[in-house]
Design a protein around this ligand. Structure first.
Ligand SMILES: [Zn+2]
Length: 401
């Protein structure tokens, strides 16, 4: 389809993105299909809805769905998510690429060894996972296709990160667990469905959870699945090979972290779950207007004061199925930053800037809230409880086969 041709014309896109649109209790259908689902509680309708949404990814129809807050993990956090749009106007605008602004400096092709997992510098951090690509390859997310990005339409939001790798590169389990999906049809939950946007995929239900809730990781677009359903894998076990099956225009690994259920509405930003390289840290932020509404798709430039290396990261888009970390409630994450002082600049009504210090192995967090300006520091509540070197993820009861 035209997606492939357009991608080839734009070389920096050829690794593609995988997106998903918001599941809603009122799916507004346009000229591609005339169905709507109204009951979020009816699993059959949910499946139909998911299938329609999958169709959205694969067709050139621009669709818009009206908003319903994704299932919150914590009600108090969900209550502060104003960016979920109450009603979007359906659009029949032609399918097109919404390209990230180029100009990001090349990212270093080298990383120090990763912190040992689980890595939890505070009791609210949860770097429980290793990277699913070996350290002798690029094993960090493609900068242009981060979590929460919008590439294919106003309601199609990227629910994971993409790690570029040549076809056939081994994919490894990011943590120990049980294989609960292996093969085609993950998105539609229809085994052997070769039109599934995830292509050949593996889902792992991990041996540990987060605050009593089950954790999953998803590995999509494989050329070959090695793991088998029901198999128990350890961190680093080979589960498949990088490919380009499903909704993709080139070989890469699409990685998702899901909590508390293995549903595509339940993804979180993997950059807050994969251990950073030693000596490096992570920047997270929440950008808001004065009233506390999140600012979407703001281009934020992060420049290392010492080296001058600059990266660009966009705040999350709206209208799609994305979730915010229960502690940070972020709408922007930039991982793999060498420790040091950084100047952060972006434009919202005027040019804005602040400075942040990135610390080894830690998350640096800041907020911006319109007239209230910047706050650099961890979220005020809940209170931090010491800084253990590592923390053990809590087990979550009896694994199911
Ligand atoms: Zn992806």
């Amino acid at each position: 389809m035209s997606l492939r041709g357009a991608a080839k014309r734009r070389r920096h896109l050829h690794r593609t993105a995988f997106g998903a649109v918001q599941v809603s209790n009122h799916l507004i259908a346009g000229d591609c299909f005339g169905l709507s689902t109204r009951s979020r509680l009816n699993p059959r309708n949910d499946i139909i809805g998911l299938f329609l949404l999958a169709s959205l990814l694969l067709t050139s129809c621009a669709q818009t769905v009206s908003g319903v807050t994704p299932t919150p993990l914590f009600a108090d956090v969900a209550a502060t998510q104003p960016e979920v749009q109450a009603e979007l106007t359906p659009t029949l605008a032609p399918f097109r690429f919404d390209l990230p602004t180029p100009g990001e400096a090349p990212v270093s092709g080298w990383r120090p060894p990763l912190y040992p997992i689980p890595w939890a510098p505070t009791s609210y951090d949860h770097f429980y996972f290793a990277r699913p690509i070996a350290a002798d390859q690029v094993n960090w997310p493609l900068a242009d296709y981060r979590y929460g990005g919008i590439y294919f339409g106003p309601s199609i939001v990227h629910t994971g990160v993409d790690i570029p790798a040549p076809e056939g590169t081994p994919i490894m389990a990011a943590g120990p667990g049980t294989v609960v999906w292996a093969g085609w049809g993950l998105f539609t939950e229809s085994p052997f469905a070769k039109d599934d946007p995830y292509g050949q995929a593996v889902a792992i239900r991990h041996d540990f959870g987060y605050r009593g809730q089950q954790l999953y990781t998803i590995y999509a677009h494989m050329s070959k699945v090695v793991a088998v359903l029901g198999q128990h894998v350890e961190t680093g076990d080979r589960i498949g090979l990088v490919g380009s099956t499903g909704a993709t225009t080139g070989p890469h690994l699409h990685l998702e972290v899901r909590l508390p259920a293995n549903k595509f509405q339940d993804t979180y930003n993997p950059e807050l779950w994969m251990a950073p390289p030693q000596g490096w840290g992570v920047l997270a932020a929440r950008l808001m207007d004065t009233d506390g509404n999140t600012l979407q798709q703001v281009e934020v430039y992060v420049r290392n004061v010492e080296t001058g290396e600059q990266r660009m990261v966009k705040s999350y888009g709206g209208g799609g199925v994305i979730n915010h970390d229960p502690y940070y409630n972020e709408n922007l994450v930039l991982g793999d930053l060498p420790a040091g002082l950084y100047k952060v600049t972006f434009r919202y009504e005027k040019d804005l800037q602040t400075w942040v210090e990135i610390y080894p192995g830690q998350v640096t967090f800041f907020t911006y809230q319109g007239d209230l300006g910047f706050t650099v520091g961890p979220p005020p509540a809940p209170t931090l409880e010491g800084v253990p070197e590592t923390a053990t993820p809590n087990p979550t009861g009896t694994p199911q086969p």
